[in-house]
Design a protein around this ligand. Structure first.
Ligand code: CTP
Length: 397
């Protein structure tokens, strides 16, 4: 039973017809569903259809519902426990990303602080356009859940990404907002991810093969569990997950400063970043020109961030990673003790299906006291959930 108030915003795309089924399914699940439409959306589906399905009046005009509501957009925003925009046109994404409120639907979205789920649907080229992608990035960074469009034949005759996903999928996304177990609510978690970048000169750097995926998944899992999350990331091509504070850094010393800034206020730190152990002692101010047959770079040791946290820690849970190529458990155990961690996640990065750049991992969790949990190959997202569950258990004593 979905005993919630759900506000569906329908914008002007051909996929609007599919949203009739979304409204119907949500209503059957027990929700009180209201629909607001842009004027263009009414060209595709009649407001009367939604009205019959939901049993509620449909709002279109900014000043049209005076008889029903005192201030329509505020009343609708207050009504909603969640807002679902489906289909969301490129035009809607642009307006929402920039705070433009020029009709009832966009004004209501701007006036709401409730969870916002957006299901874009449009022509592939419009979706791929950097303007649209930048708008999606902005909306994601502000916490909106974006349901990726599906690929297939589009109404315009082309084949590609841009279809509105099936109604069941949209309903599942709405339900998920309410059914997630927020077992980390009230807790603050700091996650590090990605590889650090150590400058050689303004053009070159020493880096590593970390994709950042493991850390991003851990951060996402912590957000889903209701935690307030800070994600400090070195180099990574991935889009930061929704609903967290994202801090981008380059060098290990920068990562250390960022981590220390938050350390006192967090309940747990999960260091999955691949931090360079060394940096160039004197990075060149100008691009180094090739001349001599050999070039020697002098490296100095970077601070070991996790070890430092291990000495500073009061009540924080500390989790480290050990990416090894041999003697995995022995090396990992040593790091667990030396860095004063609660547990360490160890993996052999040379194993197929583990390590850098792949979406799966084969890991072991080693605990103080010697207990070892060996996991079969699983997605990094599943492993992230296992790590977060264990952190939560430690935090709840
Ligand atoms: N770590 C860190 N600061 C560093 C290096 C690593 O905080 N300067 C963290 C990593 O995020 C990871 C763990 O420590 O959680 C890895 O331990 P570490 O001993 O540094 O791993 P390696 O660099 O692989 O060590 P070694 O060269 O001894 O194998």
């Amino acid at each position: 039973m979905l005993d919630k108030n759900i506000l569906i915003g329908v914008t002007g795309g051909i996929a609007a017809y599919k949203v009739v089924e979304v409204a119907s399914r949500l209503k059957k699940l027990g929700a009180n569903v209201r629909v607001m439409m842009t004027r263009n959306a009414t060209e595709f589906v009649s407001p009367r259809t939604f009205q019959e399905i939901t049993g509620n009046a449909v709002s279109v005009e900014m000043f049209g519902d005076a008889a029903n509501f005192h201030v329509a957009h505020i009343a609708l925003a207050d009504f909603a426990d969640v807002i679902l925009i489906a289909p969301a046109t490129a035009n809607f994404l642009a307006k929402a990303a920039h705070g433009i409120a020029d009709d009832l639907l966009t004004t209501t979205v701007l006036a709401s602080d409730k969870p916002l789920i957006i299901a874009p649907a449009m022509n592939t080229k419009m979706f791929d356009n950097p303007a649209t992608q930048d708008n999606l990035k902005i909306l994601r960074s502000r916490g909106a859940t974006i349901i990726e469009p599906a690929a297939g034949e589009l109404a315009c005759g082309t084949v590609g990404k841009g279809r509105l996903p099936e109604p069941v999928e949209l309903c599942a996304a709405v339900e998920k907002i309410f059914t997630q177990d927020k077992f980390l609510s009230g807790k603050k978690i700091l996650v590090t991810a990605g590889g650090t970048v150590e400058a050689i000169d303004p053009v070159r750097y020493i880096g590593n093969r970390s994709s950042g995926r493991m850390g991003f998944e851990i951060a996402k899992s912590a957000v889903n569990a209701g935690a307030e999350v800070v994600l400090v990331s070195g180099k990574s091509e991935l889009t930061p997950p929704n609903g967290l504070h994202f801090v981008k850094v380059e060098a290990a010393v920068e990562m250390r400063d960022a981590v220390l800034k938050y350390f006192d206020s967090v309940d747990a730190v999960i260091m999955s970043a691949a931090v360079a152990d060394y940096r160039v002692k004197n990075p060149a101010a100008q691009k180094i020109k090739k001349s001599a047959e050999t070039l020697t770079l002098e490296l100095v040791k970077n601070p070991d961030i996790l070890r430092e946290l291990g000495t500073l820690k009061t009540s924080q849970v500390l989790v480290g990673f050990a990416a090894e190529t041999q003697n995995v458990l022995d090396y990992a155990r040593k790091k667990l003790v030396e860095k004063n961690l609660n547990f360490i996640v160890a993996n052999d990065v040379t194993a197929a299906g583990a390590g850098f750049g792949v979406v799966t991992n084969i890991a072991s969790i080693i605990w103080r006291g010697g207990k070892v949990e060996n996991f079969a190959k699983m997605s990094k997202s599943e492993l992230a959930d296992k790590i977060i569950e264990r952190v939560a258990k430690l935090l709840h004593g």
